[in-house]
Design a protein around this ligand. Structure first.
Ligand code: NAG
Ligand code: NAG
Length: 581
């Protein structure tokens, strides 16, 4: 019963009879699926209710189900995973092959590393197929996956091992020495698995073990709310928190992303250019596409040009951060044709309207921006078929009740700036993180009244579109005007001289604080006279946004300080400013 319900819930074709109440509550979705053109935001919003069954495991209830559909010949012949690298190597796995291999890895985890339900495992690998196998194997064994990027230093790894008490770490030879340098200080760490053709003292060899492993494995039974993964979120302040997600939050909650934002079906080939290390790569590299039975495309190349991949491979849906789109349009796309591309999305930072316009002029396609956090699934999105207001992050996902609230948790009317928040009372959405692991205080601190507070500032307009202002800590208050850094940064990067910029507050005897911009110039402009450059950029900002927002102070720098996940540390720059005086 529960199984059939889940299949229906996620719209996976199923011959088994469906659970009637769920069918009723989802009638609308079944009607609009898969006829894309008739989707209406209002209709989805009103009637979309995802009910959550008691038991759920993504590997068994979604991936194995797609294997059956595949075997029945009822889905396109696209693989589940299509991986290519710069040297002409290629891996194409069907859902069935993914199932067989991930079961073998499950046996490696439970036999060779004696990992059990609830044990924590750190995974640090580059974009290689094994990354996907370990992800799926952790679901099958009920172990809690903690992904990390290759850029972590020995100190970061030590912190993560100690804080998470992980029992096992899986990585390759580039990170292994860092692990060995701190391993002695981590009592909980019992197993080290090396994904490599070579061997290393003190490490088990993943590939050897995989060769001998059996492909018979019985997936553990997991409840919806059981922990599935922990993402270390490097905030711009403080040490990283352990954001814990359940089996249902991403596994079911990302249905809206896959279906309405990314507009995927099992005939699509989806590519997100971002790396596997970031917490949210699970969104785009696993859950959103596989819920829909779509193919996950992965390109592993040290210095790749996305334009070449888009013209060479039949990619239909594409996601990239704003900076990459900006780079493409600057270099003209006219010599490339993206034959299969039909839908584009952007996430990570707000995209500026300028880039959207230019992309549309050159490709005929809109860019659909989406907004979410590691703690959540998609919060707002420009869903397929919706009118796009350039610069807005779209409307709330039908899975959440999103509001703009003030410091006393009152809901603010349209046009008023406040905190972006998600209602959690009387019931907390099952598609939110469950907690910051081992830290009830920090978890509690995210709640204000009936809401989970995102920590982002925003505004809703009369039409119900949301507009991003900035992280709460980053907003500048100059002579009574509140100025969000993103709008100023967006205006600055529209100028051809600017690669990127960070805007923070700086002390001023008259105004209290003023806007200061740290700017990285393109090589062509780096040698220009700084005085003139500053004047030109100030005039530019005054022209493209409200004049009071222009940066009164400016500093040209080689690079900006960033967190390992690539977020600009505005906090660090601001502190430096305020320490000076
Ligand atoms: C794999 O099996 C072969 C043959 O049974 C054996 O010689 C080898 O030691 C095994 N390798 C591992 C890593 O267990
Ligand atoms: C693509 O990956 C980035 C980084 O992990 C993430 O922020 C973004 O949401 C992803 N896109 C989608 C469509 O999930």
């Amino acid at each position: 019963m529960a199984l059939a319900a889940v299949h229906f819930l996620l719209k996976i074709p199923s011959a088994t009879s469906l659970w009637a109440p769920l069918r009723r509550s989802l009638q609308l979705c079944s009607r609009c699926y898969p006829v894309r053109a008739s989707w209406s935001y209002e209709a989805i919003k009103q009637q979309y209710r995802l009910e959550v069954p008691e038991y759920f495991n993504f590997a068994r209830d979604v991936l194995d189900r797609w294997t059956e559909v595949e075997k029945e010949g009822k889905k396109s012949k696209n693989p589940a995973l299509w991986w290519v690298d710069g040297a002409g190597e290629e891996v194409k796995w069907s859902f069935e092959e993914l199932g067989v291999l991930s079961r073998k890895v499950s046996n490696v985890l439970s036999d060779a590393c004696s990992l059990q339900w609830g044990d924590r495992v750190i995974l640090i690998l580059p974009r290689i197929p094994e990354w996907w196998l370990v992800n799926v194997a952790c679901m099958r064994t009920g172990t809690v996956l903690i992904p990390g990027t290759q850029q972590l230093t020995a100190k970061d790894i030590l912190h993560r091992l100690q804080k998470s008490k992980a029992k096992c770490i899986i990585t390759d030879e580039s990170v292994a020495p860092a692990v060995d340098s701190v391993g002695a200080e981590c009592q909980s760490l019992k197993f080290k698995l090396l994904v490599s053709d070579s061997h290393r003292e003190g490490w088990l060899n993943f590939k050897d073990l995989l060769k001998n492993a059996s492909s018979d494995h019985h997936c553990v039974t997991t409840k919806c709310q059981d922990p599935m993964a922990i993402y270390f979120t490097s905030g711009t302040t403080g040490s990283p928190k352990m954001t814990q997600h359940s089996h249902s939050s991403y596994g079911i909650g990302l249905t809206v992303s896959g279906r309405y934002w990314l507009d995927l079906t099992s005939s699509d080939i989806f590519w997100n250019t971002s790396d596997t290390g970031w917490a949210k790569s699970a969104w785009s590299s696993i859950f959103s596409p596989w819920i829909q039975g779509a193919c996950v495309f992965v390109h592993k190349m040290p210095h790749f040009d996305p334009r070449i991949s888009l013209s060479r491979f039949p990619i239909t849906v594409f996601c990239s951060p704003p900076t990459a789109y900006r780079m493409f349009v600057q270099h003209k796309l006219s010599s490339y044709t993206f034959k299969s591309l039909r839908h584009c999305v952007s996430a990570g930072e707000p995209i500026n309207p300028d880039v959207m316009e230019e992309w549309k002029a050159q490709t005929g396609l809109d860019i659909h921006e989406g907004y979410g956090q590691t703690e959540t699934v998609l919060i707002c999105g420009n869903f397929k078929g919706m009118k796009i207001k350039p610069g807005s992050m779209g409307k709330p996902s039908p899975e959440y009740d999103v509001k703009i609230i003030d410091e006393n948790s009152n809901i603010l009317p349209p046009g008023k700036e406040g905190d972006i928040a998600i209602r959690v009372k009387p019931t907390r959405s099952p598609f939110l993180f469950t907690c910051y692991a081992d830290d009830p205080e920090k978890t509690e601190a995210t709640i204000r009244g009936d809401f989970y507070v995102t920590g982002d500032r925003g505004m809703m307009d009369e039409d119900g579109y949301f507009w991003f202002v900035g992280r709460a800590d980053d907003v500048i208050n100059s002579a009574g005007y509140r100025i969000g850094p993103f709008e100023v940064e967006s205006a600055l990067v529209e100028h051809p001289a600017v690669v990127e910029s960070a805007v923070v507050s700086s002390p001023d005897p008259i105004r209290g604080e003023v806007v200061k911009a740290f700017i990285v110039l393109t090589p062509d402009y780096a040698s220009h006279d700084p005085e003139k450059m500053m004047k030109e950029l100030q005039d530019h900002v005054k022209k493209v946004t409200a004049p009071y927002k222009y940066p009164r102070k400016m500093e040209f720098v080689e690079q900006l300080p960033k967190t390992i996940s690539g977020k600009i540390r505005r906090n660090e720059l601001r502190q430096k400013e305020w320490r000076k005086d």
